[in-house]
Design a protein around this ligand. Structure first.
Ligand code: MIC
Ligand code: SF4
Length: 645
């Protein structure tokens, strides 16, 4: 039986476990990436492992999230990260050089490699034929130390593309179409592998838009084959030498096949407040728009900016609209200047922002009260833009630009014919904002520079035999890590300081969460389906751990968050009978006894609700290694115990 492209990479990197869907496997990681918002914790954890230099083929530390520098804290973080990179043999991409996923695609990604990143959109690299996976920071620290990355062997889903996109329809519309079909939890435990004759018409940046937003499906990752288009992209980047072909075997077997005819794809928009709340743009036509943002790791390539500029060419944006453009990388920004795209934007009335995440993570350009914002980004969770009552729609660059001109949501196909340019060949390569690793001698004498806001990573305590926990909060389905641990300009500077950031846990959902958690010794969180979707931020587990949360009981979990809970010694439990969710109230006391014995001998624990007297069962599906980690109080403690043994 032949192999799928994903299986070929998995097989080559497989080191431990049983090589079959559903089982835990350990794979070797070739490359890692971190970004500043998750990176400070990663390097604090790496430092605690006491390893002189990274053991990967290549590791890159990017600064792209917290670049506002409203006071000393972000700047101190940047200096800390730069000194860690020098100390440990890591490439350092300086602030201003661009968004991690886009820079990595341009300058470092390679077909057939495994890439692990402390950011959920790491699968962007799948556009180049790399098996690129997002994970919690601690998993990245372990991979940098040469440890394996453990994941559940995913189901491989084939997305067979036929036909060709019509003009004014783009890669964003493809992934939004898929999100409508598969939903934000449809991809949990799956890899989406793209095949079929439609693939060859999509450029690498277009493929990367699709694999980037595969994160919103909850997927482990998404993957395109490596073909002549990939080789062309790498040759333009003067990196043709890393190209190698990657394709599924003709007789490869997939768990399921979804066929998507690109001829039928039309402009789509994800409506507030979920990326799968997708409708056709034409059905929203005429709705007033207050602001438009073009950029983010999803749609900030030169092709994305080029088509938007073609639409804006010679025109002025509507008086009622504010338009911001953030080029994904310095390379894109420079190429946009060369190609005249920058001039077109500025002439049309656009505001040009830094090459960084910016508005995507609530770092500036927040909409006004009840504002309607159209963004080419990947997430529209409530409040993420920085304005709690704003409505964010996710659209393609074509729809964004067309709507900026008219001031209302506009189907770009309704515009008079647009002359489009080909901007892919205009490329400006200059890596002077990437600092390469130094020699081991220089590393040794490098001092790590810290600021007063950088506090050590707290350690968990051993799992108690009995949890007697208060239900601190009960939430619905699809709770995101943005709900659990919000980001934005006020909170992101606290990412290096867990005691401080923990005061903001669940802030937007319930401002008293922190006080309630502080008042009890052990806390429990109760959630619905797909709890913890979205970002990879381990702070959504680390801060609750710091507040004494011992278990989270839900109907189901998102992959990365569940792994983060285990990494920080919090039990991720699932109701055996989802109906039991209804019987729990906030402030109930839940008792779980004989934890280690039960977990080591099976996977079902019984829980007693002392208010109602009700007894119900929950399960944990992890294997022996994960149970050991939980009992040790998290991966850091477990690793220490292993080393002492
Ligand atoms: C996001 O898009 O939510 C982020 C900010 O990039 C996160 C990482 C973080 O919270 O630092 C992600 O996607 O993992
Ligand atoms: Fe940055 Fe937004 Fe991409 Fe996250 S989704 S990496 S915040 S641009």
């Amino acid at each position: 039986m032949g192999l799928t492209a994903a299986e070929k990479i998995l097989k080559e990197h497989f080191r431990e476990g049983t090589f079959k869907p559903g089982n835990e496997i350990g794979i070797k990681i070739d490359q890692t990436l971190t970004q500043d918002a998750t990176g400070t914790m990663v390097y604090l954890q790496f430092e605690a492992m006491d390893i002189p230099r990274v053991r990967t083929e290549l590791s890159v530390s990017y600064v792209d999230h917290n670049t506002l520098q409203t006071d000393y804290r972000n700047a101190d973080d940047h200096r800390f990260l730069q000194s860690c990179a020098k100390k440990y043999g890591i490439y350092f991409s300086r602030p201003g050089n661009g968004i991690c996923h886009q820079v990595h695609l341009e300058r470092f990604g390679a077909p057939g490699k495994t890439l692990l990143g402390s950011d959920s959109h790491t699968p962007t690299g799948g556009g180049l034929g790399a098996l690129a996976i997002g994970a919690g920071g601690l998993d990245i620290a372990v991979a940098m130390a040469g440890g394996l990355f453990y994941l559940t062997y995913p189901e491989i889903i084939e997305v067979r593309l036929t036909g060709k996109l019509h003009s004014m329809c783009s890669a964003k519309d493809i992934i939004l179409t898929l999100l409508k079909k598969e939903t934000v939890k449809g991809g949990v435990g799956k890899i989406y592998e793209y095949t079929g004759p439609g693939v060859s018409s999509l450029s690498v940046p277009q493929r990367a838009t699709i694999t980037n937003m595969g994160a919103e499906l909850g997927a482990t990752t998404s993957l395109f084959p490596s073909d002549s288009m990939t080789r062309e992209f790498l040759a333009l980047q003067k990196r043709a030498s890393v190209w190698k072909p990657l394709q599924a075997d003709d007789d490869a077997v997939y768990a399921k096949t979804i066929t998507l005819d690109l001829d039928t794809v039309v402009p789509m928009a994800a409506c507030p407040h979920m990326p799968d709340n997708v409708v056709e743009v034409s059905s929203l036509a005429g709705k007033k728009v207050d602001q438009v943002a073009i950029g983010s790791c999803t749609n900030s390539s030169i092709t994305d900016l080029g088509i938007a500029a073609d639409i804006l060419q010679g025109k002025t944006i509507a008086e009622s609209v504010s338009l911001a453009v953030s080029p994904g990388t310095k390379q894109v920004l420079d190429s946009a200047v060369k190609a005249g795209i920058y001039h077109t934007f500025v002439s049309s009335g656009a505001r040009i922002l830094e090459s960084a995440c910016g508005p995507c993570i609530g770092m500036g350009f927040a909409p006004g009260s009840k504002g309607i914002s159209l963004r080419t980004f990947n997430r529209n969770f409530k409040g993420r833009s920085g304005t709690a009552d704003a409505s964010v729609y996710l659209v393609s660059p074509e729809t964004a630009a067309a709507s900026a001109l008219t001031g209302t949501i506009t189907d770009p196909r309704s515009l008079d014919s647009i002359t489009t340019g080909n901007y892919t060949d205009i490329i400006s390569i200059n890596d002077n904002m990437i600092i390469p690793p130094v020699s081991p001698e220089e590393s040794r004498s490098t001092e790590i520079l810290r600021g007063p806001n950088i506090k050590p990573c707290p350690l968990g305590s051993r799992m108690p035999e009995t949890i007697r926990g208060t239900v601190l909060i009960k939430v619905d389905d699809n709770i995101t890590t943005d709900h659990i641990m919000p980001a934005g300009a006020k909170i992101l500077p606290l990412r290096s300081n867990i005691p401080e950031i923990s005061k903001h846990v669940f802030e937007a959902v319930d401002p008293h969460f922190h006080e309630r958690a502080a008042a009890v010794e052990q806390g429990i969180i109760v959630g619905g389906e797909n709890y913890g979707q979205g970002s990879s931020r381990e702070h959504a587990a680390l801060a609750p751990m710091y507040l004494g949360v011992k278990a989270v009981i839900t109907k189901s979990f998102a992959r990365i968050h569940k792994a983060n809970l285990v990494n920080f010694g919090i039990l991720p439990l699932v109701f055996k009978n989802p109906e039991d969710y209804n019987s729990i109230q906030e402030s109930d006391e839940l008792v779980i006894e004989n934890i280690s014995e039960t977990l080591l001998n099976g996977n079902t624990l019984s829980v007693t609700n002392t208010r109602s007297g009700a007894v119900f069962t929950v399960s944990y599906d992890g294997d022996g290694r994960l149970i050991e980690i939980l009992l040790a109080g998290g991966l850091l403690n477990y690793t220490k115990e292993q080393l002492t043994r």
